[in-house]
Design a protein around this ligand. Structure first.
Ligand code: BES
Ligand code: MN
Ligand code: ZN
Length: 497
């Protein structure tokens, strides 16, 4: 969808969007439109249940006194509650409300918004950002649907007093959205299209925006001793890949921040095979790596003033004659041995080697991993929060703050010795599942912690939030890209100085 900014002059056709605060309070622009309509806007609102709450909207077709096809009235809520996120969600609701309308263009006429500590240009940029985020769709395989049916609304124009200012405020938000979109794209693609080598190829395209990209194949990983990761992929005909992305926008003496993603492009469970029902969902088991990809893209587009390493551990977990067996023991790159008791607990094997490699090679100031790691996290948190696990309180606080600001919410879980003991093995240094005494998400995190070598680290278990079954203000159902906006915010606030 095309987003543009223009002077506040009413166009003669298309759709008009105006805002109303809670309590039916009009913005100056809404006031003006109501006057042009001879008070018809006020009458329409009074004839409805619309109060101006932020989840409300009202459509007035063929408005009297205007040449436009419709006026969409969007509830803005209370000015005191208009945060950046609330403004983005208003934008998302505009796109959602217009997605099935006849017209291709809409004009958003709210150049003066009363928001807390946010000027009108910045506010309108946030609304535009939310509208853009919500516009993304995945429909390339729907060959029978007519093009016009797929998406009617083609452009949104936002009225603003100071176009230059609004554009400047919108620019970085649009670049973050680009990152979100590539993440949603690769996570949505089916597993016959996105597999380790094809995803590594997509990552290679980031070199065109200034990201340094390296791809390690199985031979290179064997030399490094990454047998935990390689063991997961040994049943697949697809070759496992480790993608190393570097964005060096910061000063030379700044140690990088590392972001590591689980990238199981399909998780059948392997020999410990999953039940057939909903197994298709395991195409999004690479969402962690998808977020790394999207984050690195937005950092490069924004020319972010920070050094970040992105690692994607890519493999496919398949059952076959060459697949790993329950009972196998592998030696990880760290030198620690792992007894594989369940081949479906594969994410931690991938990340164990990826995390060790990352700290060993890059000496990062901190590491954050994202992984659709456990079904148990969904039992605990549903799809509202991702699980946060960390060996560092300051890092957890920063991440939690960014999670509140972006709406990509995190809830911290405990770690500790007692949980750690649960993955001790009788025959190797550790086993890849706990003893079945519950706390499955925590024992998985304890496993990862054995590979971080005391580097400040946070693990985000995104199994419950990477894929949405219902629409949300900033996204239609499907791949969410949870983590891209969160980590952009985290880096912007704390490290880009
Ligand atoms: N990829 C799954 C976790 C998952 C479940 C992601 C649902 C998204 C939605 C992971 O590899 C897995 O299979 N975990 C097992 C671990 C168990 C065998 C200890 C699980 O959660 O059942
Ligand atoms: Mn699994
Ligand atoms: Zn998995």
């Amino acid at each position: 969808m095309k987003i543009s900014f223009a002077e506040p002059i009413l166009p003669r056709e298309g759709i008009l969007v105006v805002g109303v605060y809670f309590g039916k309070t009009f913005t100056p622009q809404t006031e003006e439109v109501n006057t042009l309509m001879g008070g018809g806007l006020q009458r329409a609102i009074d004839a409805s249940l619309f109060k101006g709450k932020k989840e409300e909207s009202l459509t007035i077709l063929a408005p009297h006194g205007l040449e436009m096809s419709q006026v969409l009235v969007i509830g803005l809520g209370r000015p005191s509650e208009l945060s950046a996120l609330a403004l983005e969600e208003i934008g998302g609701r505009i796109t959602a409300a217009l997605s099935n309308s006849r017209d291709k263009d809409a004009y958003v006429y709210m150049s003066q918004i009363d928001a807390m500590n946010i000027n009108s240009e910045q506010a309108i940029a946030y609304v535009a950002s939310g509208a853009l985020l919500r516009s993304w769709r995945f429909d390339e395989y729907q060959t029978k649907k007519k093009k016009e049916e797929k998406q009617n609304l083609k452009s949104l124009t936002f009225a603003c007093e100071d176009i230059k200012n609004a554009k400047e405020a919108f620019d970085p938000l649009a670049k973050i959205a680009e990152g979100v979109f590539i993440t949603r794209e690769v996570v949505s693609q089916p597993p016959n299209v996105v597999y380790p080598e094809s995803l590594a190829k997509i990552a290679q395209e980031l070199s065109s925006v200034g990201v340094k990209v390296e791809v390690l194949g199985e031979e290179a990983m064997q030399k490094l001793g990454m047998n935990a990761l390689l063991g997961v992929g040994q049943g697949s005909i697809r070759e496992s890949q480790l993608v190393v992305l570097q964005w060096n926008g910061g000063s030379k003496d700044q140690a990088p921040i590392a972001v590591v993603g689980k990238g199981v492009t399909f998780d059948t469970g392997g020999i410990s095979i999953k039940p057939a029902g909903n197994m298709d969902e395991m195409k999004y088991d690479m969402a962690g790596s998808g977020v790394v990809l999207g984050l690195m893209k937005s950092l490069a587009l924004r020319k972010a003033n920070v050094n970040v390493v992105g690692i994607m551990g890519l493999t496919e977990n398949m059952p076959s004659g060459s697949a790993q067996r329950p009972g196998d023991i592998v030696m990880s790159m760290s030198g620690q041995t792992i007894e594989i008791l369940n081949t479906d607990a594969e994410g931690r094997l991938v990340l164990g080697d990826a995390l060790w490699y990352t700290q060993d090679r890059f000496k990062p100031q901190l590491m954050i991993d994202l992984a659709t790691l456990t079904g148990a996290i969904t039992v605990a948190l549903g799809s509202e929060y991702a699980g946060l696990f960390s060996n560092n309180d300051a890092l957890s606080k920063k991440l939690t703050k960014s999670s509140e600001m972006t709406g990509e919410k995190l809830w911290r879980f405990p770690l500790g010795k007692a949980y750690d003991r649960d993955i001790d093995s009788d025959v190797a240094d550790m086993k890849n599942i706990g003893s079945g005494r519950g706390a499955g998400s925590i024992t998985a995190a304890q496993f990862l912690q054995r590979f971080v070598n005391d580097v400040p680290w946070a693990h985000l278990d995104i199994a419950g939030v990477a894929w949405e079954k219902k629409d949300r203000p900033l996204m239609a159902k499907g791949a969410t890209a949870f983590g891209v906006r969160l980590l952009n915010h985290f880096l912007q606030q704390n490290y880009e100085g």
